[in-house]
Design a protein around this ligand. Sequence first.
Ligand SMILES: [Zn+2]
Length: 620
Amino acid sequence: MTKLAITVPFHLDETVPSFASRLASANFADRVHDFLWLTGINSQDLYDGKVAAVEALMELGGISPDKFSNRHVVRDGHFLDLNGERLSKHLFNRGCRKYCYQCVVEDLQCDGGAIDERPYDRLHWNVSFIRTCVRHGLPFTKVDRFTSASKDDVVNILKCERQSSNFAKPPRVQAHTEFEKYIEGRVWGRRKSSDWIDTLPLYVAGRLCETVGATITKGRRFVSAELNDSDWHVAAQSGFEILQSGEDSFRAFLESMHSAFFEKRSDFGGRAVYGRLYERLAHETHDPAYDAIRDIIRDVALSNLPLGPGDELFGPVRERQLHSVHSGAKAYGVHPKTLRKELAKSGVIDVHQSDLTDERVLVSATVMAKVAGHLKHKSHKAEAMSFLNADRGTWMALIRCGRVVTAHPNDNAERQIPVYDLNKLGRLLAFLEGLATSKYNRISVSYSFSTVASRAKCSIDEVIELMFAGKLSKCSLAPNERGLEAFRFDLNEIKNLTRLPHHGGRSLAEAAADLRIGTKPLAKLIALGHIVTETAKNPDNRCRQTIIRANALSEFSEKYISLFQLRRNTGIDPRRLKRKLLELGVAPAIFEEEVGATFYLCSALPEQIPLAGNCFVNMR
Ligand SMILES: [Zn+2]
């Protein structure tokens, strides 16, 4: 293509679309698209960076092909490549969407060319990460959408801007940050390639700085829409300070975010711990360029949090490095309290961690396998009772009898939550079931452990021991029940086998009958100390009862005889007999007013009065 008669200078930091727009304006074209059409250059090819189109434009402007290479932005699908760097399309705003007020002012003051063609669009103005002019320290002014001309028509855009209120006064000075210097350096192909951050694609490094920074300045759950340009300016620099120090610094930042988990302010899900950083990488982009970051987050999380199979972190977690007491208890089927005690006993966890919840006490998966594996098949009381299907009374009886013992391997058992070996319990149950040889009879009445013990007035311990001694011939298993609840016993058999030996004394009723007095006079005689009593267990119901030994009754009967008995012996009316004895000088030894019956001392009676019929005589 032939060089045009009228050309404009192509500035060292100018974009190709800007040069096209200025060249078009200098050649009296109102719109750059008309100019390109007239010169046979495909505008889309030019903006996509196709070499033929760009070279054609350069030839028209009299620019040597080697003079535009560092400003040559090539579109590749959703990405743009320039100077060996890559940016996603939405992070590079082609067509002067923002500008430095002071740069434009200085452009206008330059000599040469029509005034409208003097201001031009700089390459770094197009990069969204850069928000401040490095030369003037001014925040970029955003082009007023309502007054701007069509996209890519840089001359008209800046002309409209100069006439808008947007351009009326310069913005306030804002420091050009190290982050922006870094991004600008890479945009121009100045990459050290020695730092960790340099290994990341430019757009990944930029976005990561912004996200990490916003997390620091606005919290892990920051809302992007609520941050203005100034907020992002500060945030990006904060993030850059972390990331430019290297991967270890980024890892330390990630670990600092775990504090919320350990302070019980969140669970250990990726979103809860890492907030928007995780959400962006997990849900808002599937770009593999972020995989290196995802790998680091996953590694840090797995090394510090109890994540394992069943959890999600950028997809299902397939390995586990750490267990919490909670996850270990679940994985190995051990009660958390038991596991925690065992871990403390083994010195794996600190007793000072007692204020942490089970989810937050962490142990390496290897150690957990060793400790919890040892406890596997061992259960705490509730589970063991459920395993045997034993009610509380039967369970306690098994413990008292020593038929069920805790599974603690050492002598420090009293300080631990008891655990029981389910294998041993299974063998115990099988043994007892083998002793139930009687066939279950649906019609005859039979009772469970607790009911038969209650009705036979014995303890469940005795029923259990009778079983172990093989003394029960009528023990059966109810077909619709499970475990110990299935056992059925014959009440009479249990009663006969558990009845206590007789105490050898007389009950109060029996003693009253022996003395041929009522129970009330007997009670008064006892109360007045005339008859000695004892307490003993009733052999049938095992209740404590007052009894009178035979010798105590004998003593009383040898000493006293009732007026009632004297009447029977003599056939004399009691009042007359009483009067007669008084005349003989014999007064009652125990008066009717005292006990409800009259007694005389046998020794005081005249010899002619027969003592036959006295209970003492009968008993002898
Ligand atoms: Zn400037």
